[in-house]
Design a protein around this ligand. Sequence first.
Ligand SMILES: [Fe+2]
Length: 308
Amino acid sequence: MSGTALINNLIPTADVVKRAARIGAEIRNIKLSGELPHQTIAAINSVLLEHKVIFFRDQGHLDDAGQERFALRLGKLMPPMGPVTNGTTSVRKVDSTGAFYRADAWHTDLAFFDAYPKITMLRGVVIPAFGGDTVWSNTAAAYLDLPPQLQHLADELWAVHSNAFDSAVIARISEADKKYWDEVMTRTIYETEHPVVRVLPETGERALVLGNYVQHFVGIEKYDGQRLFDLFQSHVTAPENTVRWNWKEGDVAIWDNRATQHYGVNDYGEQRRVACRVTIEGEVPVSVHGQCSVTRVKATRQSPENVA
Ligand SMILES: [Fe+2]
């Protein structure tokens, strides 16, 4: 039975409304909470696997702790990099007025870890009057878009993902963001080799693992590697594989971070935008040949106060 049918069986008033052909569905008339019955959680998970990102409007009753209690029903929570909000262990506030790099590049959350998150949940708290949409892409659909010869090539490739950003990115962010990036995001440098194609355990689908944490392809010279990256990534960012969400306060978006990339559109100027994020633990990716991702380097820099 599909997730949509499951939800309709459990909650006759609930509605699953597709938002684009290949990705994205809105689930209407469900009040999210940590107390939802097990079958409803199973149905939500099933709709998520099918549509890759699901949206819920009108969840203004959730506070940070309520969001965390609901997230706990979807899996084990990952402690975020950086501070958490009061009264929670895993909710991170993403505030455009604070020191935080705006996520205006296509990425998969925390893909520089081997077991990067399976699920990310974002709750809209302060939404600008215009702009600030998020766009998601279905990376399994992007793989299916490739002709068989390029699928075979992708199946064999591995890429190194790292949180060590290149100087071009660092050059265009604010001083406050640089400080944050330096002190929180890159205090420890991770380098992980992922297969360019991972197999999703529940469905057997193949999904591309790329995005802006990619540094280079294993065994391929940078110049050739950049062209290969652009070729595969262009299928990820093809508009037909994406869905765009215009946020309202109280919205919740939940995505399968293993089968998607997303992009926060930086078109809201100096307006404030606040969202609260929780991530759910994932499993180590497995290639089409059954090989697992490997973290190659984990180097921790000394904090400035410890430097002699
Ligand atoms: Fe993100």
